[in-house]
Ligand binder design. Structure first.
Ligand code: NCD
Length: 321
C-alpha cells in the first residue's frame, strides 16, 4: 500500500510523479469548466506552518476547499508551540481534534517526517528546513512541461535546467533535482562554492554543479532562480559569511539581471518559487517579462495540491490515475 504521506520526491518513481501530474492536469481542466466534483467532501485538512508562507499555505487551502474539504489553518504563533510544546505534540493534538490530513511546514530538516511517524493521519510536507518541498517540485515540473510543450507526455528528456543561487539552503532545489531528473531532465546547480558545494552533484544522476553562471546560461532551457535565504545562514551571515561578503558580488556572480537575461537561449524560460528578492537574485524587469513563468508556477500550485491531497487522502496512488 503506498504511503498516505507526501514527504519527499526522493525515490518517488517517475510513474507516480506522472500520475500525480496527470491528475493535476485533469483537475485544472475540470476547474476551468466549472465541473469539479467535491472529492474530499466530509474530510478536514489542517495546515500547520511553523514558518512563514504566502503561496504554499494559501494554495493548499484553496485546493482543499475546491474539492469540498473543510480547512483549518492552525495559528502556530498563538498556539501552545509558542509555550514550548514540541512540534510532534502540537501535531498530535491537532490530529486528535479530528483532521484527516495535516499540511506541515517546519524550519528543521526532517521534522515533517518525524511528525508523520507519530500521527495516524496523512501528512504532506510543505517545506522542511533545507530538505524538501515536494509539492513545489511537482508544480515546477508541471509548469516546465506546459511551457515546453511536454504536458502530454510529461517527459522532460533533453531539457537542461539551471538552478541558480543559494542552492545549499534550498528545499525547492532538492525537490526539483529529484522531480526533474526523474522525468528525464538534466540539472546544473549554479552558485559560488559556499552556496553550491560540489557535493550536491551526488544528489541524483544527471546533476552537476558549476560555479560560473555565465558559462551555463546560454545552454539552459530553463533558468530557475532561488531566493537568497538570509534566515538560514544565521544572524551573523550578512556580515560574516564569505558567501555574502558582498551582496553586490553575489548579484554580479549569479544574479539574473536584465543584461544577463539577454544572453539566454532563444525560447528559454525563467522560473522562481517566490518570494523574489527583486534586484538581488532576479531583476524585476526579468521577473515581469514574457520569459517569466513565476505566476504560472503559483497558479499550478492549486491543481498540483489538489492531486496531492487526493493521493494522500485516498491512501492509494491508483486514485491519482
Ligand atoms: C520557498 C520555500 O518556502 O521553500 N517558497 C515557496 O514555497 N514558494 C522558497 C523560499 O522561501 O525562498
Amino acid at each position: 500500500m503506498p504511503s498516505p504521506h507526501l514527504l519527499t520526491l526522493h525515490n518517488l518513481p517517475a510513474d507516480e510523479i506522472r500520475a500525480i501530474l496527470r491528475e493535476a492536469i485533469a483537475f485544472r481542466a475540470l476547474a476551468a469548466s466549472g465541473s469539479l466534483a467535491p472529492r474530499l467532501a466530509g474530510r478536514t485538512v489542517g495546515t500547520l506552518f511553523f514558518e512563514n508562507s504566502t503561496r504554499t499555505r494559501t494554495s493548499f487551502s484553496i485546493a482543499a476547499l475546491r474539492l469540498g474539504a473543510e480547512v483549518i489553518d492552525l495559528p502556530v504563533a498563538g498556539s501552545s508551540h509558542a509555550k514550548g510544546e514540541t512540534l510532534t505534540d502540537t501535531a498530535r493534538t491537532v490530529e486528535a481534534l479530528g483532521v484527516d490530513a495535516l499540511v506541515v511546514r517546519a524550519s528543521q530538516s526532517g521534522a515533517v517526517e518525524m511528525i508523520a511517524r507519530r500521527v495516524g493521519c496523512a501528512v504532506l510536507n510543505a517545506g522542511d528546513g533545507r530538505h524538501e518541498h515536494p509539492t513545489q517540485g511537482l508544480l515546477d515540473a508541471l509548469t516546465l512541461a506546459d511551457a515546453m510543450g511536454r504536458a502530454e507526455t510529461l517527459d522532460l528528456s533533453g531539457l537542461h535546467v539551471a538552478i541558480v543561487g543559494d542552492v545549499v539552503s534550498s528545499r525547492v532545489a532538492r525537490s526539483n533535482v529529484f522531480g526533474l531528473t526523474a522525468l528525464g531532465a538534466t540539472v546544473t546547480l549554479v552558485g559560488p562554492p559556499a552556496l553550491a558545494p560540489p557535493s550536491l552533484g551526488a544528489l541524483a544522476q544527471r546533476v552537476r554543479v558549476e560555479h560560473d553562471f555565465d558559462a551555463v546560461l546560454p545552454h539552459a532551457d530553463t533558468v530557475m532562480m532561488l531566493r537568497v535565504q538570509f534566515e538560514r545562514h544565521g544572524d551573523a551571515m550578512r556580515m560574516a559569511s564569505p558567501a555574502f561578503a558582498s551582496l553586490r558580488e553575489f548579484r554580479a556572480a549569479c544574479g539574473l539581471s536584465s543584461e544577463r537575461a539577454q544572453r539566454m537561449k532563444p525560447g528559454a524560460v525563467v522560473m522562481h518559487p517566490g518570494p523574489v528578492n527583486r534586484g538581488l537574485e532576479l531583476d524585476g524587469e526579468v521577473a515581469d517579462s514574457d520569459r517569466s513563468l513565476i505566476l504560472k508556477q503559483v497558479a499550478n500550485g492549486v491543481p498540483v495540491r489538489m492531486a496531492s491531497l487526493v493521493r494522500c487522502l485516498s491512501g492509494a496512488a491508483a486514485a491519482a490515475t
